[in-house]
Design a protein around this ligand. Sequence first.
Ligand code: DGL
Length: 280
Amino acid sequence: MMDKAAGLPIGMFDSGVGGLTVLKAVREQMPCEDVVYLGDTARLPYGTKSPQTVSRYAVQCAAELVGRNIKLLVVACNTASAMALDALREIYSDIPVVGVVEPGAQAACVATRNRSIAVIGTESTIAGGAYQRAIHSIDPGTRIVGHSCPLFVALAEEGWTDGPIPEAVAKRYLDPVFSPFSLAEQSVIPDTLVLGCTHFPLLASAIQKAVDPATVIVDSAATTAAIVHGELVRLGLGRTGGGCGKTLYLTTDDVARFARTGTRFLGNPISEREVELVDL
Ligand code: DGL
Protein backbone atom coordinates (compact mmCIF):
# COMPACT_ATOMS: atom_id res chain seq x y z
CA MET A 1 0.00 0.00 0.00
CA MET A 2 1.12 3.56 -0.74
CA ASP A 3 2.48 5.57 2.23
CA LYS A 4 -0.07 8.18 3.39
CA ALA A 5 2.43 11.01 2.88
CA ALA A 6 3.01 9.84 -0.71
CA GLY A 7 -0.61 10.71 -1.49
CA LEU A 8 -0.04 14.38 -0.56
CA PRO A 9 0.45 16.97 -3.32
CA ILE A 10 3.66 18.65 -4.41
CA GLY A 11 3.57 22.40 -3.69
CA MET A 12 5.06 24.85 -6.19
CA PHE A 13 5.21 28.60 -6.32
CA ASP A 14 6.38 31.38 -8.60
CA SER A 15 5.93 35.14 -8.75
CA GLY A 16 3.29 34.53 -11.42
CA VAL A 17 2.60 32.19 -14.31
CA GLY A 18 6.25 31.66 -15.35
CA GLY A 19 6.67 28.68 -13.02
CA LEU A 20 4.06 26.85 -15.07
CA THR A 21 6.96 25.99 -17.43
CA VAL A 22 8.34 23.97 -14.50
CA LEU A 23 4.91 22.49 -13.72
CA LYS A 24 4.69 21.36 -17.34
CA ALA A 25 7.96 19.42 -16.96
CA VAL A 26 6.79 17.95 -13.62
CA ARG A 27 3.53 16.84 -15.26
CA GLU A 28 5.44 15.20 -18.13
CA GLN A 29 7.74 13.28 -15.79
CA MET A 30 5.29 12.56 -12.93
CA PRO A 31 1.76 12.40 -14.37
CA CYS A 32 0.27 10.73 -11.26
CA GLU A 33 1.28 13.45 -8.80
CA ASP A 34 -1.18 16.00 -7.47
CA VAL A 35 0.19 19.55 -7.50
CA VAL A 36 -0.83 22.79 -5.79
CA TYR A 37 0.62 25.69 -7.79
CA LEU A 38 0.68 29.22 -6.36
CA GLY A 39 1.34 32.24 -8.61
CA ASP A 40 1.88 35.45 -6.65
CA THR A 41 0.61 37.56 -9.55
CA ALA A 42 -0.40 40.48 -7.30
CA ARG A 43 3.27 41.15 -6.50
CA LEU A 44 4.95 40.23 -9.82
CA PRO A 45 7.66 41.02 -10.77
CA TYR A 46 10.01 39.71 -8.12
CA GLY A 47 12.95 40.27 -10.47
CA THR A 48 13.31 44.00 -9.75
CA LYS A 49 12.89 43.75 -5.96
CA SER A 50 15.41 43.63 -3.12
CA PRO A 51 16.55 40.32 -1.58
CA GLN A 52 14.70 41.21 1.66
CA THR A 53 11.40 41.77 -0.14
CA VAL A 54 11.72 38.66 -2.32
CA SER A 55 12.57 36.55 0.75
CA ARG A 56 9.55 37.89 2.63
CA TYR A 57 7.24 37.13 -0.30
CA ALA A 58 8.79 33.67 -0.80
CA VAL A 59 8.28 32.74 2.86
CA GLN A 60 4.63 33.84 2.65
CA CYS A 61 4.06 31.77 -0.50
CA ALA A 62 5.72 28.74 1.09
CA ALA A 63 3.64 29.15 4.28
CA GLU A 64 0.42 29.09 2.24
CA LEU A 65 1.46 25.87 0.51
CA VAL A 66 2.85 24.14 3.60
CA GLY A 67 -0.43 25.01 5.36
CA ARG A 68 -2.15 22.89 2.70
CA ASN A 69 -0.12 19.85 3.67
CA ILE A 70 2.35 19.26 0.86
CA LYS A 71 5.07 16.59 0.69
CA LEU A 72 7.70 18.61 -1.20
CA LEU A 73 8.12 22.29 -2.10
CA VAL A 74 9.37 23.45 -5.50
CA VAL A 75 10.51 27.06 -5.73
CA ALA A 76 9.64 27.41 -9.43
CA CYS A 77 10.99 30.95 -9.69
CA ASN A 78 14.61 31.76 -10.41
CA THR A 79 14.57 35.03 -8.49
CA ALA A 80 13.04 33.44 -5.38
CA SER A 81 15.40 30.44 -5.68
CA ALA A 82 18.36 32.80 -5.97
CA MET A 83 17.32 34.96 -2.99
CA ALA A 84 15.41 32.76 -0.59
CA LEU A 85 16.23 29.07 -1.01
CA ASP A 86 18.49 28.83 2.06
CA ALA A 87 15.93 30.63 4.25
CA LEU A 88 13.13 28.35 3.04
CA ARG A 89 15.22 25.21 3.62
CA GLU A 90 15.92 26.39 7.16
CA ILE A 91 12.30 27.25 7.98
CA TYR A 92 10.79 24.15 6.36
CA SER A 93 13.47 21.66 7.30
CA ASP A 94 10.96 18.80 7.57
CA ILE A 95 10.13 18.74 3.83
CA PRO A 96 12.44 18.71 0.80
CA VAL A 97 12.74 22.13 -0.85
CA VAL A 98 13.90 22.13 -4.49
CA GLY A 99 14.86 25.33 -6.34
CA VAL A 100 15.57 25.92 -10.03
CA VAL A 101 19.04 27.49 -9.85
CA GLU A 102 21.04 24.39 -8.85
CA PRO A 103 19.39 22.21 -11.56
CA GLY A 104 20.08 24.90 -14.18
CA ALA A 105 23.71 25.14 -13.08
CA GLN A 106 24.08 21.35 -13.23
CA ALA A 107 22.59 21.14 -16.71
CA ALA A 108 24.86 23.96 -17.95
CA CYS A 109 28.00 22.31 -16.58
CA VAL A 110 27.04 19.08 -18.35
CA ALA A 111 26.35 20.93 -21.63
CA THR A 112 29.42 23.17 -21.91
CA ARG A 113 32.41 21.96 -23.87
CA ASN A 114 34.63 25.03 -23.52
CA ARG A 115 33.78 25.79 -19.84
CA SER A 116 32.39 29.19 -20.74
CA ILE A 117 28.74 29.78 -19.81
CA ALA A 118 26.40 32.75 -20.23
CA VAL A 119 23.49 33.17 -17.80
CA ILE A 120 20.53 35.46 -18.42
CA GLY A 121 17.83 36.27 -15.89
CA THR A 122 16.09 39.07 -14.04
CA GLU A 123 18.06 41.97 -12.57
CA SER A 124 17.92 40.53 -9.04
CA THR A 125 18.92 37.01 -10.10
CA ILE A 126 21.96 38.23 -12.01
CA ALA A 127 23.00 40.84 -9.44
CA GLY A 128 22.70 38.31 -6.59
CA GLY A 129 25.22 35.96 -8.28
CA ALA A 130 23.43 32.72 -7.30
CA TYR A 131 24.02 31.06 -10.70
CA GLN A 132 27.65 32.11 -10.64
CA ARG A 133 28.07 30.49 -7.19
CA ALA A 134 26.14 27.35 -8.14
CA ILE A 135 28.21 26.84 -11.33
CA HIS A 136 31.49 27.51 -9.52
CA SER A 137 30.58 25.03 -6.80
CA ILE A 138 30.41 22.37 -9.54
CA ASP A 139 33.39 23.58 -11.60
CA PRO A 140 35.41 26.49 -10.15
CA GLY A 141 37.28 26.87 -13.44
CA THR A 142 34.23 27.76 -15.52
CA ARG A 143 34.04 31.28 -16.96
CA ILE A 144 30.63 32.86 -16.49
CA VAL A 145 29.10 35.97 -17.96
CA GLY A 146 25.76 37.10 -16.52
CA HIS A 147 23.32 39.53 -18.12
CA SER A 148 19.88 40.70 -17.05
CA CYS A 149 17.13 40.77 -19.70
CA PRO A 150 14.08 42.27 -17.93
CA LEU A 151 12.14 43.03 -21.13
CA PHE A 152 11.90 39.31 -21.90
CA VAL A 153 9.50 38.96 -18.93
CA ALA A 154 7.12 41.58 -20.34
CA LEU A 155 7.32 40.09 -23.86
CA ALA A 156 6.50 36.60 -22.61
CA GLU A 157 3.57 37.90 -20.50
CA GLU A 158 2.28 39.81 -23.54
CA GLY A 159 2.56 36.74 -25.77
CA TRP A 160 5.08 38.43 -28.08
CA THR A 161 7.35 35.44 -28.27
CA ASP A 162 8.09 35.19 -32.02
CA GLY A 163 8.84 37.57 -34.86
CA PRO A 164 10.89 40.72 -35.37
CA ILE A 165 10.24 42.42 -31.99
CA PRO A 166 11.44 39.65 -29.62
CA GLU A 167 14.23 38.80 -32.09
CA ALA A 168 15.47 42.41 -32.10
CA VAL A 169 15.29 42.60 -28.29
CA ALA A 170 17.15 39.29 -28.01
CA LYS A 171 19.90 40.54 -30.34
CA ARG A 172 20.23 43.79 -28.43
CA TYR A 173 20.63 41.95 -25.11
CA LEU A 174 22.76 39.06 -26.33
CA ASP A 175 25.17 40.58 -28.85
CA PRO A 176 27.39 42.05 -26.10
CA VAL A 177 27.28 38.79 -24.14
CA PHE A 178 28.71 36.81 -27.06
CA SER A 179 30.96 39.52 -28.52
CA PRO A 180 34.71 38.94 -28.28
CA PHE A 181 35.15 42.72 -27.96
CA SER A 182 33.05 43.18 -24.86
CA LEU A 183 34.28 40.06 -23.06
CA ALA A 184 37.22 40.49 -20.71
CA GLU A 185 40.65 39.65 -22.07
CA GLN A 186 41.42 35.92 -21.87
CA SER A 187 37.69 35.15 -22.00
CA VAL A 188 36.24 32.53 -24.30
CA ILE A 189 32.93 33.06 -26.11
CA PRO A 190 30.31 31.04 -24.18
CA ASP A 191 29.07 27.87 -25.89
CA THR A 192 26.15 27.48 -23.46
CA LEU A 193 23.37 29.88 -22.49
CA VAL A 194 21.30 29.32 -19.35
CA LEU A 195 17.73 30.65 -19.39
CA GLY A 196 17.79 31.69 -15.74
CA CYS A 197 14.22 32.94 -15.61
CA THR A 198 10.95 31.03 -15.81
CA HIS A 199 9.63 33.29 -18.58
CA PHE A 200 12.51 32.87 -20.99
CA PRO A 201 11.74 29.36 -22.34
CA LEU A 202 8.77 30.91 -24.16
CA LEU A 203 11.24 33.06 -26.10
CA ALA A 204 13.65 30.21 -26.78
CA SER A 205 13.32 30.34 -30.56
CA ALA A 206 13.89 34.14 -30.73
CA ILE A 207 16.85 33.72 -28.36
CA GLN A 208 18.31 30.87 -30.42
CA LYS A 209 18.16 33.05 -33.56
CA ALA A 210 20.17 35.79 -31.82
CA VAL A 211 23.12 33.53 -30.96
CA ASP A 212 25.45 31.17 -32.82
CA PRO A 213 23.36 28.14 -33.88
CA ALA A 214 25.82 25.85 -32.08
CA THR A 215 25.13 27.53 -28.71
CA VAL A 216 23.41 25.11 -26.34
CA ILE A 217 20.38 26.65 -24.64
CA VAL A 218 19.72 25.29 -21.17
CA ASP A 219 16.29 25.49 -19.60
CA SER A 220 16.24 24.22 -16.02
CA ALA A 221 12.61 22.99 -16.06
CA ALA A 222 13.32 19.40 -17.15
CA THR A 223 16.35 19.06 -14.85
CA THR A 224 14.34 20.46 -11.92
CA ALA A 225 11.55 17.96 -12.57
CA ALA A 226 14.11 15.13 -12.69
CA ILE A 227 15.51 16.24 -9.31
CA VAL A 228 11.98 16.39 -7.83
CA HIS A 229 11.33 12.87 -9.12
CA GLY A 230 14.66 11.64 -7.69
CA GLU A 231 13.86 13.14 -4.25
CA LEU A 232 10.39 11.56 -4.16
CA VAL A 233 11.82 8.15 -5.09
CA ARG A 234 14.66 8.50 -2.56
CA LEU A 235 12.21 9.34 0.25
CA GLY A 236 9.62 6.76 -0.80
CA LEU A 237 7.14 9.58 -1.43
CA GLY A 238 6.36 8.96 -5.09
CA ARG A 239 2.70 8.50 -5.91
CA THR A 240 1.96 5.17 -7.55
CA GLY A 241 -1.06 3.86 -9.36
CA GLY A 242 -2.80 4.92 -12.50
CA GLY A 243 -4.85 7.97 -13.27
CA CYS A 244 -4.01 11.57 -13.85
CA GLY A 245 -2.71 13.78 -11.07
CA LYS A 246 -4.86 16.81 -10.27
CA THR A 247 -3.64 20.42 -10.22
CA LEU A 248 -5.09 23.14 -8.03
CA TYR A 249 -4.05 26.66 -8.99
CA LEU A 250 -3.84 29.49 -6.46
CA THR A 251 -3.34 33.11 -7.43
CA THR A 252 -3.07 36.32 -5.43
CA ASP A 253 -4.73 38.43 -8.15
CA ASP A 254 -7.28 38.24 -10.95
CA VAL A 255 -8.37 34.63 -11.55
CA ALA A 256 -9.42 35.18 -15.18
CA ARG A 257 -6.06 36.73 -16.09
CA PHE A 258 -4.20 33.86 -14.38
CA ALA A 259 -6.20 31.30 -16.36
CA ARG A 260 -5.68 33.17 -19.63
CA THR A 261 -1.93 33.86 -19.41
CA GLY A 262 -1.28 30.61 -17.56
CA THR A 263 -2.76 28.60 -20.43
CA ARG A 264 -0.01 29.97 -22.69
CA PHE A 265 2.82 29.16 -20.27
CA LEU A 266 1.51 25.68 -19.46
CA GLY A 267 0.67 24.86 -23.07
CA ASN A 268 -2.61 23.38 -21.84
CA PRO A 269 -5.94 25.01 -21.03
CA ILE A 270 -6.48 26.23 -17.47
CA SER A 271 -10.10 26.85 -16.61
CA GLU A 272 -11.11 29.61 -14.18
CA ARG A 273 -12.88 26.92 -12.12
CA GLU A 274 -9.51 25.34 -11.29
CA VAL A 275 -8.10 28.62 -9.93
CA GLU A 276 -8.62 29.86 -6.36
CA LEU A 277 -7.95 33.42 -5.22
CA VAL A 278 -5.81 33.60 -2.05
CA ASP A 279 -4.66 36.48 0.14
CA LEU A 280 -1.21 36.05 1.58
N1 DGL B 1 9.60 34.20 -12.10
C1 DGL B 1 10.67 35.18 -12.22
C2 DGL B 1 11.99 34.44 -12.36
O1 DGL B 1 12.05 33.28 -12.73
C3 DGL B 1 10.46 36.09 -13.41
C4 DGL B 1 9.33 37.08 -13.23
C5 DGL B 1 9.56 38.06 -12.10
O2 DGL B 1 10.43 38.94 -12.21
O3 DGL B 1 8.88 37.92 -11.10
O4 DGL B 1 13.02 35.01 -12.10
